[in-house]
Write a protein that binds this ligand. Sequence first.
Ligand SMILES: [Fe+2]
Length: 512
Amino acid sequence: MEQKPSRRTFLTIAAAGAGGLALTGAGLPSRTLPRDPFTLGVASGDPSRDGFVLWTRLAVDPLAPDGRGGMPSRDVDVEWQVAADERFARVVRSGAETARPGAAHSVHVEPAGLEPGREYFYRFRVAGHVSPTGRTRTAPVALSPLTLAVAACAHYEHGYYTAYRRLAEQEPDLVVHLGDYLYEYAHRGYTAPGGAVRRHAGDRCATLADYRLRHAQYKTDPDLRAAHAAAPWLVAFDDHEVENNWAAGVSGNGTPRFARRRADAFRAYYENMPLRRASVPHGASMRVHRRVDWGPLARFHLLDTRQFRDDQACDDGARAGCDDRLDTGRSMLGEDQRRWLLDGLAASGARWNLVGQQVLMARKDTRVGPGSEVNLDSWDGYAAERARLLAGFRDSGAANPVVLTGDAHMHHAADLRLDFDDPDSPRVAVELVTSSISSDGDGYRDEGKVAETIAENPHISYLDQRRGYIVCRVTAGELSADFRTLDRISRRGAPARTGARFTVPAGRSALV
Ligand SMILES: [Fe+2]
């Protein structure tokens, strides 16, 4: 039976001898930790119909410069519990894992055999310390509505994470995070118009220790921890989890021994994300493209637009007159992933096919008037493969493809047409692009600039350069998308408002 949660707040259970706490598992660690090791919070991800992955990482001193979180260089036993209720009166699964120094004392647990389509609560315990409680869900078997939040791009220095807080307050069933979860720069290595409201710890990320420290610092933010604790996440990286605009084996910044850099960044990414074992990196290689099914309602196709792409054409950047971007041999996904995607679409019986990926798919000409200028890091730099993909959306017969995108630091809603130069060309999908959580600071809304851009790109119907996220309500009959915006993130406490709402009726592949 499907169960829908009522609104609720999260209990944080006092660490010391919480009354009635009955964590199972013999062999409690005899050695204690001097301070709370749950400073980085808890997270869950990749729900299936009978389980999910649960995550935590122990750190008594998150900002320790060596990236080890102040943890001793020994294994630490961690107990975990999954309960049907928030007070853990009905514990349905429990066990113990070992947090190892070689994995930055992270823990990934994949409980299975749970009931489909329902809410669960989880927590961890170490040496008498109890973690905050997280809420998560299993995927449904029946056709039931889905509330989905979409987020991306959260530069820590550029603003507070109020958007994550507001997202958590909406208690979505699922969060899709499309990358730039963190940024690799040193303090002021990338400045927003409003400057820095806080400071990256450490230098520009170059070593495993640097990436571990950076991940830890981001998770010290209580708003980010609240967003993780509110719902299971589907995560996929973009460029800044490694470094700006990298492309497969090619550094965007001339980094020597880039494969080593990538391997370290991937390792830290896995250690700090609620990813299943299938995503454990092997050196500089890591599998993040994957499918997640949400019953008969939705199939998520999560893409990796970095690891297999050809290097950006014409030296990257925003440029006019780059013919190489049209080369039919160029690929963003790589042949294997493209085939995997199209096969997965063709085989999908889901009512909605939600393609989560990083960079803008709609053509976007940013030059007003004659001529065009496009961002070569986005799909405009891989135009021939985009055309094949859009034709593939249509030819696959997959129902209701909707592309979910990050990276742009600006909300966009767009129709994806087979030929963007022909306004009568068939619409084959819709693209919803989320603005950033914090990257580029407060942002603004410039009606004149919006009107100019839409005039150049009539398939785009909405733009907003304020910070925010998207909340989608998906039913059998329609997908409605609320573009949530915040007036400021340079100070805490701004409310989130719905800047625009679009509806995609099932069977239409078009914004209404
Ligand atoms: Fe970004």
